[in-house]
Design a protein around this ligand. Structure first.
Ligand code: NAD
Length: 245
């Protein structure tokens, strides 16, 4: 039976993943959180068939290094990652199988595909606005999922990730054609709502997803972890690869 190790085990997602694993009959071999003893991370990596990381960006390098040292695949669900985090992930993918996913729900994975398709068919005259809402404790904005959906829209328009993004409207002014804008709402206990609006003169197309519980991220994370643990060659995979399987 596949044994998973949870990084960020005491957090909201860490606890949801332990619960989803229990429901799926998957063994949780252990978990660590912020305060852990010397050698505990390396021992967990060695004892696990796959690691699942939903913690904080600052912990990413240590978590990925431990996975590489133990040759254990890892699913990184932590969001708010910067360029150096992605460089660390790319290096690790030379020696282990890993997935970095800002959203592990299967619904959002499908939505990203639909957004890419819509963006490829609608001309630049269709403005793209991405609106997200999350609970009051969320640290990063826009959400990793909003940026992921923006990256899908950019890909649909043949542009590099981030090239069309406008994260700060500043003092307003006319909208630059072809750009992607973001709006982040924070409040209450919302697990995650995302809406991608394509707007042109006289009409709008809206594609969206509402997470009703953290359980969907946890279920998708377990599915992705089992997929990773199935003897994949080293490489950086995506939730789309999991959905296609
Ligand atoms: P949280 O704050 O409840 O949990 C994070 C946990 O990480 C905390 O328990 C914290 O103590 C722990 N932590 C801090 N430093 C650590 C370290 N050095 N080593 C190990 N653990 C450490 O947050 P959350 O709501 O559970 O979200 C965690 C992350 O997952 C966030 O980045 C969030 O945006 C992301 N997230 C991703 C998805 C997805 O589908 N990929 C879904 C929801 C949340």
């Amino acid at each position: 039976m596949t044994a998973i190790g949870i990084l960020g085990a005491a957090g909201r997602m860490g606890r949801a993943i332990a619960e989803a694993a229990r429901e799926a009959g998957v063994t949780v071999v252990g978990g660590i959180d912020r305060r852990h003893g010397a050698g505990e991370l390396a021992a967990l990596a060695a004892a696990s068939d796959v690691l699942i990381d939903f913690s904080v960006p600052d912990a990413l390098a240590a978590h990925v290094d431990a996975a590489v040292a133990a040759r254990t695949p890892i699913l990184v669900g932590t969001t708010g990652l910067a360029g150096d985090h992605h460089a660390t992930i790319d290096r690790a993918a030379l020696s282990i199988a890993l997935i970095q996913a800002a959203n592990t729900s299967l619904g959002v994975t499908l939505l990203a595909r639909l957004v890419r398709e819509a963006a490829s068919r609608l001309s630049e005259d269709w403005d793209i606005e991405i609106v997200e809402m999350h609970h009051r404790h969320k640290r990063d904005a826009p959400s990793g999922t909003a940026l992921l959906l923006g990256a899908s829209a950019s890909a649909g328009r043949g542009a590099a990730t981030g090239a069309l993004d406008r994260l700060d409207r500043g003092t307003g002014g006319a909208r630059e054609p072809g750009t992607i804008h973001y709006a982040s709402l924070r409040g209450g206990s919302v697990p995650g709502d995302h809406q991608v609006i394509f707007a042109t003169e006289g009409e709008r197309v809206e594609l969206g997803h509402r997470a009703e519980s953290r359980g969907i991220f946890a279920t998708g994370a377990i599915r992705a972890a089992l997929w990773l643990a199935g003897g994949r060659p080293p490489g950086r995979y995506t939730m789309d690869d999991v959905l296609a399987a």
